[in-house]
Design a protein around this ligand. Structure first.
Ligand SMILES: *Cc1c(COP(=O)(O)O)cnc(C)c1O
Length: 421
Protein backbone atom coordinates (compact mmCIF):
# COMPACT_ATOMS: atom_id res chain seq x y z
CA UNK A 1 0.00 0.00 0.00
CA UNK A 2 1.15 3.48 -0.79
CA UNK A 3 0.18 6.69 1.01
CA UNK A 4 1.30 9.99 -0.49
CA UNK A 5 3.66 11.75 1.88
CA UNK A 6 2.48 14.67 3.97
CA UNK A 7 2.56 17.80 1.94
CA UNK A 8 2.62 15.99 -1.43
CA UNK A 9 -0.63 17.63 -2.52
CA UNK A 10 -0.63 20.61 -0.19
CA UNK A 11 2.98 21.56 0.32
CA UNK A 12 4.72 23.96 -1.98
CA UNK A 13 8.20 24.94 -2.98
CA UNK A 14 9.31 24.67 0.65
CA UNK A 15 9.26 20.89 0.32
CA UNK A 16 12.52 21.30 -1.60
CA UNK A 17 14.60 24.00 0.12
CA UNK A 18 17.48 23.77 -2.34
CA UNK A 19 15.19 24.36 -5.30
CA UNK A 20 13.09 26.91 -3.42
CA UNK A 21 16.16 28.98 -2.72
CA UNK A 22 17.05 29.13 -6.41
CA UNK A 23 13.48 29.96 -7.48
CA UNK A 24 13.27 32.75 -4.92
CA UNK A 25 16.68 33.94 -6.02
CA UNK A 26 15.35 34.25 -9.57
CA UNK A 27 12.26 36.06 -8.30
CA UNK A 28 14.48 38.54 -6.42
CA UNK A 29 16.68 38.97 -9.51
CA UNK A 30 13.61 39.89 -11.57
CA UNK A 31 12.33 42.15 -8.80
CA UNK A 32 15.60 44.05 -8.34
CA UNK A 33 16.93 44.21 -11.89
CA UNK A 34 16.15 46.02 -15.12
CA UNK A 35 15.28 43.47 -17.80
CA UNK A 36 16.16 44.59 -21.31
CA UNK A 37 16.46 41.15 -22.96
CA UNK A 38 14.14 41.21 -25.96
CA UNK A 39 13.14 37.53 -25.66
CA UNK A 40 11.69 38.13 -22.21
CA UNK A 41 8.74 39.79 -20.61
CA UNK A 42 6.84 39.79 -17.31
CA UNK A 43 3.58 37.85 -17.47
CA UNK A 44 0.51 38.53 -15.39
CA UNK A 45 -0.27 36.55 -12.28
CA UNK A 46 -3.12 35.01 -14.29
CA UNK A 47 -0.73 33.58 -16.89
CA UNK A 48 1.62 32.44 -14.14
CA UNK A 49 -1.17 30.51 -12.41
CA UNK A 50 -2.54 29.02 -15.62
CA UNK A 51 0.92 27.62 -16.42
CA UNK A 52 1.43 26.32 -12.91
CA UNK A 53 -1.95 24.60 -12.71
CA UNK A 54 -3.16 20.97 -12.55
CA UNK A 55 -3.24 20.98 -16.35
CA UNK A 56 0.35 19.81 -16.15
CA UNK A 57 -1.09 16.38 -15.21
CA UNK A 58 -3.19 15.93 -18.34
CA UNK A 59 -1.85 14.26 -21.44
CA UNK A 60 -3.67 14.72 -24.75
CA UNK A 61 -2.58 14.12 -28.31
CA UNK A 62 -4.12 15.30 -31.55
CA UNK A 63 -6.53 18.15 -32.18
CA UNK A 64 -9.10 19.44 -29.68
CA UNK A 65 -12.25 17.27 -29.89
CA UNK A 66 -10.28 14.60 -31.78
CA UNK A 67 -7.98 13.28 -29.05
CA UNK A 68 -6.38 9.91 -28.81
CA UNK A 69 -6.83 9.77 -25.03
CA UNK A 70 -10.01 10.13 -22.97
CA UNK A 71 -10.86 12.55 -20.19
CA UNK A 72 -10.21 15.46 -22.50
CA UNK A 73 -13.39 17.48 -21.97
CA UNK A 74 -11.67 20.37 -20.24
CA UNK A 75 -8.50 20.04 -22.28
CA UNK A 76 -10.63 20.44 -25.40
CA UNK A 77 -12.37 23.45 -23.95
CA UNK A 78 -9.08 25.12 -23.02
CA UNK A 79 -7.43 24.51 -26.38
CA UNK A 80 -10.54 25.64 -28.27
CA UNK A 81 -10.56 28.81 -26.19
CA UNK A 82 -6.90 29.50 -27.01
CA UNK A 83 -7.50 28.89 -30.74
CA UNK A 84 -10.62 31.03 -30.88
CA UNK A 85 -8.90 33.90 -29.05
CA UNK A 86 -5.77 33.69 -31.22
CA UNK A 87 -7.91 33.87 -34.36
CA UNK A 88 -9.79 36.86 -33.01
CA UNK A 89 -6.62 38.59 -31.85
CA UNK A 90 -4.93 38.36 -35.25
CA UNK A 91 -8.04 38.39 -37.42
CA UNK A 92 -7.23 35.12 -39.19
CA UNK A 93 -9.09 31.90 -39.98
CA UNK A 94 -6.84 29.22 -38.46
CA UNK A 95 -4.52 28.84 -35.48
CA UNK A 96 -2.45 26.02 -34.02
CA UNK A 97 -1.57 26.61 -30.36
CA UNK A 98 0.33 23.36 -29.71
CA UNK A 99 3.87 24.31 -30.70
CA UNK A 100 6.06 23.91 -27.61
CA UNK A 101 8.30 26.79 -28.69
CA UNK A 102 8.98 29.21 -31.51
CA UNK A 103 11.58 26.88 -32.98
CA UNK A 104 9.10 24.00 -32.96
CA UNK A 105 6.48 26.15 -34.67
CA UNK A 106 8.97 26.88 -37.45
CA UNK A 107 10.22 23.29 -37.69
CA UNK A 108 6.61 22.04 -37.85
CA UNK A 109 5.69 24.44 -40.65
CA UNK A 110 8.81 23.50 -42.62
CA UNK A 111 8.14 19.78 -42.07
CA UNK A 112 4.51 20.17 -43.14
CA UNK A 113 5.02 22.31 -46.22
CA UNK A 114 8.47 21.29 -47.49
CA UNK A 115 10.29 18.17 -48.58
CA UNK A 116 13.80 17.09 -47.64
CA UNK A 117 16.37 19.22 -49.48
CA UNK A 118 13.95 21.95 -50.55
CA UNK A 119 15.37 25.46 -50.73
CA UNK A 120 14.55 28.02 -48.00
CA UNK A 121 15.46 31.67 -48.49
CA UNK A 122 15.87 33.31 -45.07
CA UNK A 123 17.72 36.20 -43.43
CA UNK A 124 21.23 35.57 -42.12
CA UNK A 125 21.75 35.68 -38.37
CA UNK A 126 24.13 38.68 -38.42
CA UNK A 127 21.35 40.68 -40.11
CA UNK A 128 18.85 39.57 -37.46
CA UNK A 129 17.57 36.19 -38.68
CA UNK A 130 16.82 33.44 -36.13
CA UNK A 131 18.80 30.19 -35.91
CA UNK A 132 15.60 28.15 -36.38
CA UNK A 133 15.42 29.56 -39.94
CA UNK A 134 18.04 27.13 -41.22
CA UNK A 135 21.20 27.69 -39.20
CA UNK A 136 23.67 24.88 -39.99
CA UNK A 137 23.76 23.87 -36.31
CA UNK A 138 20.01 23.05 -36.36
CA UNK A 139 17.88 20.28 -37.90
CA UNK A 140 16.46 22.86 -40.32
CA UNK A 141 19.97 23.62 -41.55
CA UNK A 142 20.62 19.93 -42.19
CA UNK A 143 17.29 19.00 -43.80
CA UNK A 144 16.86 21.92 -46.19
CA UNK A 145 19.11 23.85 -48.52
CA UNK A 146 19.41 27.34 -47.07
CA UNK A 147 20.04 30.48 -49.07
CA UNK A 148 20.64 33.71 -47.15
CA UNK A 149 19.66 37.30 -47.74
CA UNK A 150 21.01 40.11 -45.60
CA UNK A 151 20.58 43.83 -45.24
CA UNK A 152 21.97 46.69 -47.30
CA UNK A 153 25.39 47.80 -46.00
CA UNK A 154 24.32 51.45 -46.31
CA UNK A 155 20.88 51.45 -44.70
CA UNK A 156 21.14 48.19 -42.68
CA UNK A 157 17.59 47.49 -43.85
CA UNK A 158 16.40 44.53 -45.89
CA UNK A 159 17.30 45.00 -49.56
CA UNK A 160 14.23 43.70 -51.40
CA UNK A 161 16.08 43.78 -54.75
CA UNK A 162 18.61 41.36 -53.27
CA UNK A 163 15.82 39.15 -51.91
CA UNK A 164 14.17 39.07 -55.35
CA UNK A 165 17.44 38.39 -57.19
CA UNK A 166 18.24 35.49 -54.84
CA UNK A 167 14.69 34.14 -55.18
CA UNK A 168 14.93 34.20 -58.98
CA UNK A 169 18.36 32.58 -58.92
CA UNK A 170 17.65 29.84 -56.35
CA UNK A 171 13.89 29.21 -56.74
CA UNK A 172 13.14 28.61 -53.03
CA UNK A 173 10.09 26.62 -51.94
CA UNK A 174 9.86 28.85 -48.85
CA UNK A 175 10.82 32.44 -48.16
CA UNK A 176 11.10 33.46 -44.51
CA UNK A 177 10.69 37.04 -43.30
CA UNK A 178 11.05 38.26 -39.74
CA UNK A 179 13.79 37.71 -37.20
CA UNK A 180 15.24 38.21 -33.76
CA UNK A 181 17.31 41.35 -34.09
CA UNK A 182 15.81 43.36 -36.94
CA UNK A 183 14.60 46.67 -35.47
CA UNK A 184 12.79 48.07 -38.51
CA UNK A 185 9.41 47.55 -40.18
CA UNK A 186 9.23 44.87 -42.89
CA UNK A 187 7.31 45.22 -46.18
CA UNK A 188 5.40 41.93 -46.13
CA UNK A 189 3.43 42.73 -49.30
CA UNK A 190 6.71 43.06 -51.22
CA UNK A 191 7.90 39.71 -49.81
CA UNK A 192 4.65 38.09 -50.93
CA UNK A 193 5.04 39.49 -54.45
CA UNK A 194 8.51 37.92 -54.66
CA UNK A 195 7.20 34.62 -53.26
CA UNK A 196 4.41 34.59 -55.87
CA UNK A 197 6.86 35.33 -58.65
CA UNK A 198 8.85 32.17 -57.90
CA UNK A 199 6.00 30.00 -56.56
CA UNK A 200 7.30 29.92 -52.98
CA UNK A 201 5.47 29.91 -49.68
CA UNK A 202 5.97 33.02 -47.57
CA UNK A 203 6.39 32.33 -43.86
CA UNK A 204 6.61 35.31 -41.50
CA UNK A 205 8.09 34.73 -38.05
CA UNK A 206 6.82 37.69 -36.01
CA UNK A 207 8.15 36.53 -32.61
CA UNK A 208 9.49 39.92 -31.57
CA UNK A 209 6.59 42.03 -32.83
CA UNK A 210 3.47 39.88 -32.37
CA UNK A 211 2.06 42.12 -29.64
CA UNK A 212 2.56 45.16 -31.84
CA UNK A 213 0.92 43.39 -34.79
CA UNK A 214 -2.07 42.46 -32.62
CA UNK A 215 -2.53 46.10 -31.67
CA UNK A 216 -1.92 47.65 -35.10
CA UNK A 217 1.47 49.16 -34.24
CA UNK A 218 3.58 47.14 -36.69
CA UNK A 219 2.80 45.99 -40.27
CA UNK A 220 0.40 43.02 -40.23
CA UNK A 221 1.87 39.97 -41.98
CA UNK A 222 -1.37 37.96 -42.02
CA UNK A 223 -2.90 39.44 -45.15
CA UNK A 224 0.30 38.55 -47.05
CA UNK A 225 1.95 35.45 -45.61
CA UNK A 226 0.85 31.88 -46.33
CA UNK A 227 1.69 31.14 -42.71
CA UNK A 228 2.75 33.21 -39.70
CA UNK A 229 4.61 31.87 -36.66
CA UNK A 230 5.43 33.48 -33.35
CA UNK A 231 6.47 32.82 -29.81
CA UNK A 232 3.93 33.78 -27.15
CA UNK A 233 6.30 34.89 -24.39
CA UNK A 234 8.11 37.87 -25.93
CA UNK A 235 6.06 40.82 -27.14
CA UNK A 236 2.81 38.88 -26.55
CA UNK A 237 3.64 38.98 -22.83
CA UNK A 238 2.35 35.48 -22.22
CA UNK A 239 2.92 31.78 -21.87
CA UNK A 240 6.08 30.03 -22.95
CA UNK A 241 5.52 28.47 -26.34
CA UNK A 242 4.74 28.95 -30.00
CA UNK A 243 1.77 29.77 -32.20
CA UNK A 244 1.03 29.19 -35.90
CA UNK A 245 -1.55 31.25 -37.84
CA UNK A 246 -2.83 31.05 -41.42
CA UNK A 247 -5.84 31.81 -43.62
CA UNK A 248 -5.72 29.31 -46.50
CA UNK A 249 -7.76 26.22 -45.63
CA UNK A 250 -5.97 24.13 -48.26
CA UNK A 251 -2.80 24.33 -46.11
CA UNK A 252 -4.48 23.28 -42.85
CA UNK A 253 -3.87 19.53 -42.97
CA UNK A 254 -0.20 19.92 -43.82
CA UNK A 255 0.49 22.62 -41.21
CA UNK A 256 -1.36 20.78 -38.42
CA UNK A 257 0.32 17.47 -39.28
CA UNK A 258 3.68 19.23 -39.48
CA UNK A 259 3.35 20.19 -35.81
CA UNK A 260 1.76 16.92 -34.62
CA UNK A 261 2.90 14.26 -35.25
CA UNK A 262 5.55 15.91 -37.43
CA UNK A 263 7.82 17.39 -34.81
CA UNK A 264 5.94 16.92 -31.51
CA UNK A 265 3.97 14.46 -29.45
CA UNK A 266 1.50 15.35 -26.72
CA UNK A 267 0.27 18.82 -25.83
CA UNK A 268 1.76 20.92 -23.01
CA UNK A 269 -1.73 21.74 -21.83
CA UNK A 270 -0.62 24.05 -19.00
CA UNK A 271 1.21 26.16 -21.60
CA UNK A 272 -1.88 26.13 -23.84
CA UNK A 273 -3.89 27.44 -20.89
CA UNK A 274 -1.25 30.13 -20.41
CA UNK A 275 -1.69 31.01 -24.09
CA UNK A 276 -5.48 31.21 -23.72
CA UNK A 277 -4.97 33.53 -20.75
CA UNK A 278 -2.50 35.80 -22.52
CA UNK A 279 -4.59 35.98 -25.71
CA UNK A 280 -7.56 36.94 -23.55
CA UNK A 281 -5.51 39.73 -21.97
CA UNK A 282 -4.24 40.82 -25.37
CA UNK A 283 -7.82 41.26 -26.58
CA UNK A 284 -8.46 43.85 -23.87
CA UNK A 285 -7.89 47.59 -24.51
CA UNK A 286 -5.17 47.56 -21.81
CA UNK A 287 -2.89 45.58 -24.15
CA UNK A 288 -3.00 48.33 -26.79
CA UNK A 289 -2.02 50.88 -24.15
CA UNK A 290 0.83 48.58 -23.07
CA UNK A 291 2.12 48.22 -26.63
CA UNK A 292 1.91 51.93 -27.35
CA UNK A 293 4.09 52.41 -24.28
CA UNK A 294 6.51 49.66 -25.49
CA UNK A 295 7.08 51.58 -28.72
CA UNK A 296 7.30 55.00 -27.03
CA UNK A 297 9.72 53.66 -24.41
CA UNK A 298 11.90 51.96 -27.03
CA UNK A 299 12.05 55.31 -28.81
CA UNK A 300 13.09 57.08 -25.61
CA UNK A 301 15.76 54.45 -24.92
CA UNK A 302 17.10 54.65 -28.48
CA UNK A 303 17.17 58.46 -28.46
CA UNK A 304 18.96 58.52 -25.12
CA UNK A 305 21.62 56.05 -26.30
CA UNK A 306 22.12 57.97 -29.55
CA UNK A 307 22.32 61.20 -27.55
CA UNK A 308 25.20 59.59 -25.62
CA UNK A 309 27.05 59.04 -28.89
CA UNK A 310 26.26 55.34 -29.35
CA UNK A 311 25.47 54.15 -32.88
CA UNK A 312 22.14 52.41 -33.46
CA UNK A 313 21.95 49.78 -36.18
CA UNK A 314 19.60 50.89 -38.99
CA UNK A 315 19.45 54.30 -37.31
CA UNK A 316 16.85 53.37 -34.68
CA UNK A 317 13.76 51.26 -34.17
CA UNK A 318 10.20 50.75 -35.43
CA UNK A 319 9.31 48.30 -32.66
CA UNK A 320 10.38 47.51 -29.10
CA UNK A 321 13.86 46.42 -30.05
CA UNK A 322 17.10 48.34 -30.52
CA UNK A 323 20.48 47.08 -31.68
CA UNK A 324 23.49 49.09 -30.52
CA UNK A 325 26.81 48.97 -32.40
CA UNK A 326 29.63 49.13 -29.85
CA UNK A 327 32.45 49.27 -32.40
CA UNK A 328 35.19 51.50 -30.99
CA UNK A 329 33.59 51.42 -27.51
CA UNK A 330 33.84 47.80 -26.29
CA UNK A 331 32.51 44.39 -27.35
CA UNK A 332 29.05 42.98 -26.71
CA UNK A 333 30.22 40.28 -24.30
CA UNK A 334 32.21 42.69 -22.13
CA UNK A 335 29.34 45.20 -22.12
CA UNK A 336 26.72 42.56 -21.27
CA UNK A 337 28.78 41.21 -18.34
CA UNK A 338 29.39 44.70 -16.92
CA UNK A 339 25.70 45.58 -17.29
CA UNK A 340 24.69 42.35 -15.56
CA UNK A 341 26.85 43.33 -12.59
CA UNK A 342 25.09 46.69 -12.60
CA UNK A 343 21.68 44.97 -12.46
CA UNK A 344 20.76 45.47 -16.12
CA UNK A 345 20.14 42.32 -18.18
CA UNK A 346 20.86 42.57 -21.92
CA UNK A 347 22.23 40.23 -24.54
CA UNK A 348 25.28 40.52 -26.73
CA UNK A 349 24.35 40.34 -30.39
CA UNK A 350 25.88 40.20 -33.85
CA UNK A 351 25.36 43.30 -35.96
CA UNK A 352 25.10 43.27 -39.78
CA UNK A 353 28.48 42.45 -41.39
CA UNK A 354 29.93 41.94 -37.93
CA UNK A 355 33.69 41.39 -38.18
CA UNK A 356 33.63 39.78 -34.71
CA UNK A 357 32.42 36.26 -33.77
CA UNK A 358 29.04 35.50 -32.10
CA UNK A 359 30.74 34.81 -28.73
CA UNK A 360 32.25 38.30 -28.61
CA UNK A 361 30.22 40.30 -31.14
CA UNK A 362 30.03 44.03 -31.81
CA UNK A 363 26.47 44.62 -30.65
CA UNK A 364 23.97 44.70 -27.81
CA UNK A 365 20.26 44.05 -28.23
CA UNK A 366 17.87 45.95 -25.96
CA UNK A 367 14.11 45.88 -25.60
CA UNK A 368 11.48 47.84 -23.71
CA UNK A 369 9.05 44.86 -23.35
CA UNK A 370 9.65 43.84 -19.75
CA UNK A 371 10.41 47.26 -18.31
CA UNK A 372 7.20 48.61 -19.80
CA UNK A 373 5.26 45.67 -18.35
CA UNK A 374 6.22 46.71 -14.82
CA UNK A 375 5.33 50.35 -15.49
CA UNK A 376 8.55 52.10 -16.49
CA UNK A 377 7.84 55.19 -18.59
CA UNK A 378 9.84 57.87 -20.41
CA UNK A 379 11.63 59.10 -17.30
CA UNK A 380 12.74 55.61 -16.30
CA UNK A 381 13.86 54.63 -19.82
CA UNK A 382 15.86 57.86 -20.10
CA UNK A 383 17.61 56.96 -16.84
CA UNK A 384 18.18 53.41 -18.09
CA UNK A 385 19.64 54.70 -21.36
CA UNK A 386 22.07 56.95 -19.48
CA UNK A 387 23.04 54.08 -17.18
CA UNK A 388 23.64 51.69 -20.11
CA UNK A 389 25.78 54.29 -21.88
CA UNK A 390 27.83 54.95 -18.74
CA UNK A 391 28.51 51.26 -18.12
CA UNK A 392 29.40 50.29 -21.72
CA UNK A 393 31.85 53.21 -21.87
CA UNK A 394 33.53 52.11 -18.62
CA UNK A 395 32.89 48.37 -18.26
CA UNK A 396 35.83 47.91 -15.86
CA UNK A 397 35.05 50.93 -13.68
CA UNK A 398 33.81 49.66 -10.31
CA UNK A 399 32.44 53.00 -9.01
CA UNK A 400 30.31 53.41 -12.17
CA UNK A 401 28.96 49.88 -11.88
CA UNK A 402 28.20 50.33 -8.18
CA UNK A 403 26.50 53.67 -8.76
CA UNK A 404 24.30 52.19 -11.52
CA UNK A 405 23.54 49.10 -9.40
CA UNK A 406 22.22 51.37 -6.63
CA UNK A 407 20.16 53.42 -9.10
CA UNK A 408 18.69 50.25 -10.58
CA UNK A 409 17.70 48.96 -7.13
CA UNK A 410 15.96 52.25 -6.31
CA UNK A 411 14.18 52.31 -9.63
CA UNK A 412 12.96 48.72 -9.32
CA UNK A 413 11.80 49.24 -5.74
CA UNK A 414 9.37 51.85 -7.05
CA UNK A 415 7.87 49.37 -9.56
CA UNK A 416 7.12 46.16 -7.64
CA UNK A 417 6.32 42.83 -9.30
CA UNK A 418 4.88 39.55 -7.92
CA UNK A 419 4.75 38.63 -4.22
CA UNK A 420 7.37 36.15 -3.02
CA UNK A 421 6.69 32.64 -4.39
C1 LIG B 1 12.76 33.65 -30.05
C2 LIG B 1 12.55 33.34 -31.48
C3 LIG B 1 12.29 32.03 -31.92
C4 LIG B 1 12.48 30.80 -31.05
O1 LIG B 1 11.74 30.63 -30.01
P1 LIG B 1 12.04 29.44 -28.95
O2 LIG B 1 10.77 29.47 -28.18
O3 LIG B 1 13.24 29.85 -28.21
O4 LIG B 1 12.23 28.19 -29.71
C5 LIG B 1 11.96 31.82 -33.24
N1 LIG B 1 11.95 32.85 -34.10
C6 LIG B 1 12.26 34.11 -33.74
C7 LIG B 1 12.24 35.18 -34.75
C8 LIG B 1 12.58 34.38 -32.42
O5 LIG B 1 12.92 35.61 -32.06
Amino acid sequence: MYTPPNGFFHGGLDADPELAQAVRGEWARQRDGVELIASENLVSRLVLEAQGSVLTNKTVEGPAFGRYYGGAEFADRIEALAIERARRLFGCRFANVQAHSGSNANAGVFFGLLGLGDVILAMDTASGGHISHGHPATLTGRDYRIVRYGVSPETERIDLDEVRALALAHRPKMIVAGGSAYPRAIDFAAFRAIADEVGAFLMVDMAHVAGLVATGLYPDPLPHAHVVTTTTYKSLRGARGGLVLWNDESLSTRIEAGIFPGVQGSVTLHAVAGKAACFGEALEPEFAVYNEAVVANAGTLAETLAGQGLRLVAGGTDCGLTLVDLTGVTTGDVAAKALERAGIAVNKNLIPFDPLPPEAPSGLRLSSNAGTARGFGAEEFRAIGLAVAAVVRAPQDEPTIERVRAEVRDLCARFPIYPEP
